[in-house]
Ligand binder design. Structure first.
Ligand SMILES: [Zn+2]
Ligand SMILES: [Zn+2]
Length: 342
């Protein structure tokens, strides 16, 4: 059995020769600074902890900032706690932390408060975004003519989706800006690898011609050459849904990629593979968007009767087996004869 040097009582525990209550007397177990500053990005609303940015609710960020500022007396261990966040104004919070502490088996509580001040700043990705930062440009062009608005929107949607997906795990990836230019559209990107991956993706999806060209733009602070990359994607004239001529046959293009494609013959409705080697020789006959619409008058087995879109005469069309004709169908004239484009 020990005895306390201060009060003289017998005691089971002894801290620096004192019983626990004498040792605790007058000691502050948990201390807080008067205030701590919490940086928030004025642009995206993320909070900064140790140079890294996190998206979280303001109350959680304030609580975390307070918790990281608390100092617990040596020898004590926090075993539980409670946290009270009270908003003074949108940028000032008072946080009270109640800590349950274990000091050599003796459990006690202590409270400490701190003012958390929210300070506006700008995180690195946002400052780059706001500063029009970019390291690569994805140039999307059409084969010979101008890029149609439909195809442009389709490609841009695919680009945006892909960037959003890649940015889920990396905030440094973003589109700085999109610029319409003669012959197509330029997409400015925050990263070189992002530009490269998009070029590859579009090249495969559209069986597009691709080209990469670096441009020296200066030197980094430590003397390394700094490049910007331009990734060109030249989309072929034809596209899925268009009527193309493949090996002398008129076909609806069903699928296309850099590995090959599939096409539906409009004369016999047979589906066939387009070999990779034959893709460059495909010829555009009619864009999907320019196909004519015709009203269906009647249906009977392998034939339907439609109204000719130009002269309103009744025309019989062959249809594929099992085809259920909607009220209007797409047709294409080939040598003055109409064909169904199912
Ligand atoms: Zn004592
Ligand atoms: Zn930000």
């Amino acid at each position: 059995m020990n005895f306390c040097v201060k009060c003289g009582r017998d005691c089971a525990e002894s801290l620096e020769g004192m019983c626990v209550s004498c040792w605790l007397d007058g000691r502050k177990l948990s201390t807080m600074p008067h205030h701590v500053d919490l940086k928030v990005c004025a642009n995206c609303g993320e909070f900064c902890f140790n140079e890294r940015w996190y998206g979280m609710k303001v109350e959680d960020a304030v609580a975390k900032a307070a918790q990281s500022a608390i100092r617990i007396i040596e020898g004590a261990e926090v075993v539980d706690g409670d946290i009270l966040v009270s908003k003074k104004d949108p940028f000032v919070y008072e946080v009270t932390l109640q800590s349950v502490l274990d000091i050599m088996g003796y459990v006690t509580t202590d409270t400490a408060s701190v003012i958390v001040r929210i300070k506006k700043g700008v995180c690195k990705p946002c400052s780059r975004k706001l500063g029009s930062y970019y390291t690569s440009i994805l140039q999307i062009r059409a084969g010979s003519k101008d890029l149609s608005p439909e195809l442009r929107n389709e490609v841009l949607t695919a680009v945006e989706k892909s960037v959003a997906k890649q940015a889920e795990n990396n905030k440094q990836l973003f589109i700085t800006k999109t610029e319409l230019v003669t012959g197509g559209v330029d997409v400015y990107l925050s990263s070189i690898s992002l530009g490269k991956s998009l070029m590859k993706q579009l090249g495969e999806t559209y069986c597009a011609e691709t080209k990469e060209s670096p441009k020296l733009v200066g030197q980094t602070a430590d003397g390394q050459d700094m490049y910007r990359l331009t990734y060109l994607v030249r989309l072929p004239e034809y596209h899925v849904g268009d009527v193309v001529i493949s090996g002398g046959r008129y076909c609806k293009l069903l699928r296309i990629s850099s590995y090959g494609g599939r096409a539906l013959d409009l004369f016999d409705f047979r589906e066939k593979a387009v070999r990779k080697a034959d893709i460059p020789s495909l010829k555009l006959y009619e864009k999907a968007g320019n196909l004519k619409e015709a009203t269906v008058i009647s249906r009977s087995g392998r034939e339907i009767q439609i109204m000719h879109p130009d002269n309103y005469s009744a025309v019989d069309l062959k249809v594929p087996e099992g085809y259920e004709a909607p009220d209007t169908v797409h047709v294409v004239p080939i040598d003055d004869v109409l064909y169904l484009v199912p």
